[in-house]
Design a protein around this ligand. Structure first.
Ligand code: F3S
Length: 62
């Protein structure tokens, strides 16, 4: 499983990191750094929580 982050949509809410700090990296202003993240086996549920948590709908799983 992977998630993609539309960095143009990201508005720095940092809720992805709050839901899943081991999967998401933020810059100093709280914006997501990585557009493509490989989700390790066992971390899928946490990743989906991060997808749901983003108020900008900037994160998609695939
Ligand atoms: Fe950006 Fe959404 Fe995370 S706005 S910092 S991708 S919660």
């Amino acid at each position: 499983m992977k998630v993609s982050v539309d960095l143009d949509k990201c508005a720095g809410h940092a809720r992805c990191f709050a839901a899943s700090p081991e999967l998401f990296d933020l810059d100093d202003d709280g914006y997501a750094l990585n557009a493509e993240i490989d989700i390790p086996v066992g971390a899928e549920a946490t990743a989906l929580e991060a997808v749901a948590a983003c108020p900008e709908r900037a994160i998609e799983s695939h």
